[in-house]
Design a protein around this ligand. Structure first.
Ligand code: ASP
Length: 364
């Protein structure tokens, strides 16, 4: 990052392709991990190959020993201001796989934020003891502020977002495309596929990050089903348009599936994000009928349609869908660990070494 860059300039640069790479990459590889848009197609392909290399090395006796030494002595701070089961545990497990040590802070009232400490001072302090910070925060810009503060400091360490308010959940979308890549391996890859994303898109960070990431593939179609008040926001739609992605927005799932169900290659189902509702979440959580995947919809989609959900689910994807041949939700969960391990390896510059070792052992 150019010396003396203000936070406003840093933030501004995130909306431009070249400027974004200058502030978020180091030696042309991702350093801070904040947004789906920051990843080019080669970055994604390398990251997915690294995740596969780690997964296969982990099952191999020599490979496993090698992996545990890759980040030994490397220390990761996991700072989570919002509830998390899968994301937090998969980051921790991913760090373990590479031999890194982790510490977690979840109750920010026990940290000096409660005394009014600035984000900049807090993360600079943490950088004295840690080599990377993973952060989940309810504010959209917290991870961005942390990245800027660290890049301006004498000890810049990577900031990896684990979910930023309503804005983005970049590592979730990376594990989602990793899962899609696997699911479509015998069907020509993600290129040209039609993805249907269901939920309140404008405040669903996982859905938004995935839609942004789809632009890195050739000619996908991104369709949405969402309540009228939460249709995809202008930023996202402009980005999809700029990348010439065919977009459709529907309000009712059933009508959408009756008309276009057979064209859909993957469905990304999400819960309604009711924690953001004014006055707090309603006492009864869950989607209205219009967004629940009903048993009769099986007839409207192809048997090879991939079914995904970032979890947690409420009522929108009932258990009886688990025997559908395209149901890959538990694979997504497991992939979260491999992708997050690959993210650690990448920001630390150890990914090439991992892929090389996997190739040498004939695993890649
Ligand atoms: N676990 C995902 C997130 O943290 C999805 C969700 O909560 O609906 O954004």
């Amino acid at each position: 990052m150019p010396k003396g860059m203000s936070y406003e300039e840093f933030k501004e640069s995130l909306s431009d392709h070249d400027a974004r790479r200058r502030v978020l990459c180091k030696d042309d590889r991702p350093f801070h991990v904040l947004l789906s848009q920051q990843f080019g197609r080669p970055d994604i392909d390398r990251l997915c190959d690294t995740a596969t290399a780690i997964r296969r090395l982990d099952r191999h006796r020599e490979g496993r020993g090698f992996l545990r030494a890759v980040l030994s002595g490397y220390r990761v701070m996991h700072l989570f201001s919002q509830p998390s089961t899968r994301t937090a545990q998969s980051f921790l497990a991913g760090a373990d796989k590479l031999g890194a040590t982790s510490r977690t802070v979840t109750d920010l009232s026990t940290s000096s934020f409660a005394k009014g400490e600035s984000v900049a001072d807090a993360v600079r302090t943490l950088s004295s003891f840690f080599d990377a910070i993973v952060v989940r925060h309810h504010e959209d810009d917290f991870a961005t502020q942390a990245a800027w503060a660290l890049s301006s400091s004498a000890r810049p360490i990577p900031v990896i977002s684990a979910g930023s308010g309503r804005s983005q959940h970049v590592t979730q979308s990376l594990l989602d495309v990793y899962t899609l890549r696997y699911s479509f391996a015998d069907r020509g890859g993600i290129e040209g596929k039609t993805i249907l994303i269901i939920g309140d898109i404008s405040r669903n960070r996982a859905a938004r990050s995935l839609a942004y990431l789809m632009t890195k593939y050739r000619q996908p179609r991104v369709y949405f089903v969402s309540p009228r008040d939460y249709v995809p926001d202008g930023d996202l739609l402009d980005y999809l348009k700029k990348h010439e992605i065919e977009v459709r927005i529907h309000e009712r799932l059933e009508t959408m599936l009756r008309e276009h169900g057979r064209q859909i290659d993957a469905m990304y189902i999400t819960r309604l994000q009711q924690e953001w509702d004014e006055g707090g979440p309603p006492s009864e959580l869950g989607s209205s009928e219009a967004y629940v995947l009903k048993p009769e919809y099986r007839e409207l989609i192809r048997p090879d349609c991939v079914l995904m959900h970032p979890l947690p689910r409420v009522n929108e994807l009932p258990d009886d869908w688990e025997d559908h041949p395209g149901f890959v939700v538990w694979r997504q969960v497991r992939n979260g660990m491999w992708i997050r391990a690959a993210v650690f390896a990448t920001v630390h510059g150890a990914d090439e070494e991992i892929r090389a070792r996997a190739r040498r052992l004939d695993l890649l």
